[in-house]
Write a protein that binds this ligand. Structure first.
Ligand SMILES: [Zn+2]
Length: 415
């Protein structure tokens, strides 16, 4: 961002947030009776006023601010219906939504509408984009830009473009290859051992670790006695714990395979264990063993059922929002995932499991770029399945709403 234009973007953000807050105020004025969640209803009521009040902020930015507020209020209404606590959304962080009307996207730069005309920003890309999202999507001509958001990091005084990239496929190809459907599984060292993309929480890692510690204690006390009988028990207890934990993991792997059956999955996706291992400290050998055992057992059982087990790279799976694709370290706060961009808030491991499923579905989709391609690669989610076709990062709600508003032909399907 050119130094002399930073203030223009900050001023644009202020007006964008103003529009979102004004929309929220308006749509939330009768929270007990009727919260407005329809973007067109809100536009009809306050769009003209907002254009006036913001000295003609770009028309599309006003629309996007209205949409952000009505989308969020839609989420709030869902939460209220579930008996959860919620309150009127408020906007005070830097985040502006740009689609192709208010921005022009290139592979090396973007031109953004501001309150003071357009500003052109060059991307700051890694020297070697191979294997990064930049190489995979941004620099890949198969993908085109969709709606993006601009963020600001006040610590470093830097701006970020979070670009959603999409790729169209011909969903109606008569020579459609066989469909695949993926169940994503996130493995954990605490809380649940595994969480699936369909929202199933499997096993209890804390319990397993607790049993392990109890076993170590008993072993240590037996070692101290130093008697022959103590020595024999020492081995027996080891064997017994080994068998016990294996049995425990068998129950977990059974549940995972059953879940993939329930959703008619053809594939199960795990994070690559070799890469997970590097994240685990040396004193967690037991957990490595448990992950490995769980994955191996699942693989064996799935194979018998004709389901393939594959690995994906673990990069960003815990930081990325499975709903809008926004990838920020700050999105994750312990067991909770809360997207700073779209405010999607959910169990962190469940969010990761959905990302893992999508990663494999994408990989399978890419592998089918043959003349006879066009197969559906789907991933299984709690309310249904998602078809990977156009975009890596979009969610059901996000894509369908976007597509509705832009009137693009849709190859997106969900059921
Ligand atoms: Zn999000």
């Amino acid at each position: 961002m050119p130094d002399d234009r930073k203030s223009d973007l900050h001023a644009t953000n202020s007006k964008f947030q103003y529009c979102a807050n004004r929309t929220a105020d308006w749509a939330w004025r009768y929270p007990d009776e009727n919260c407005v969640t329809s973007k067109s209803e809100a536009e009809a009521a306050i769009y003209d006023a907002l254009r006036d009040e913001t000295d003609d902020l770009h028309a599309n930015l006003v629309q996007k601010a209205i949409k952000r507020a009505t989308d969020d209020i839609g989420n709030c209404v869902d939460r209220l219906a579930d008996g959860e606590n919620t309150s009127k959304p408020h906007y005070d962080t830097f985040s502006i939504v740009y689609d192709k009307r208010a921005a022009t996207y290139y592979r090396d730069k973007v031109s953004l509408a501001t309150v003071n005309g357009r500003v052109e920003c060059k991307y700051d890309l890694p020297d070697d984009p191979e294997g990064t999202p930049h190489g995979e999507y941004l620099l890949n001509e198969d993908y085109s830009f969709s709606t993006s958001t601009v963020h600001y990091d006040s610590k470093t005084d830097e701006f970020y473009l979070h670009a959603v990239m999409e790729r169209e496929i011909d969903a109606n190809s008569p020579e459609k290859a066989e469909d695949s459907r993926v169940l994503g599984v996130d493995c954990n060292v605490d809380d649940h051992i595994a969480v699936t993309s369909t929202g199933r929480f499997v096993g209890n890692a804390d319990y397993l670790n607790h049993q392990r510690r109890e076993f170590e204690k008993r072993r240590a006390s037996l070692q101290q006695t130093g008697t022959r009988s103590g020595h024999l028990t020492y081995h027996r207890i080891g064997d017994r714990f080994g068998r016990w934990s294996q049995d425990y993991l068998h129950q977990c792997s059974n549940e995972i395979v059953a879940e993939s059956h329930r959703h008619n999955c053809t594939h199960i996706a795990f994070e690559d264990l070799k890469q997970i291992r590097e994240r685990i400290s040396d004193d967690k050998k037991f957990q490595q063993w448990a992950f490995n055992e769980l994955q191996q057992q699942t693989e064996n059982k799935a194979e018998l059922a004709g389901i393939a087990v594959e690995n994906v790279e673990p990069a960003y799976t815990s930081q990325q929002c499975s709903k809008c694709g926004c990838t920020l370290e700050e999105n994750r706060d312990g067991q909770r995932f809360a997207c700073l961009d779209c405010s999607y808030s959910v169990n962190a491991d469940y969010n990761a499991a959905k990302n893992i499923a999508r990663k494999l579905a994408l990989k399978l989709q890419r592998g089918q770029k043959s003349p006879a391609g066009g197969a559906f690669c789907q991933y299984a989610l709690k309310p249904g399945v998602m078809t990977v076709n156009a975009t890596d990062v979009a969610s059901d709600a996000y894509v369908s709403v976007e597509r509705e508003s832009t009137g693009k032909p849709t190859t997106f399907s969900r059921w």
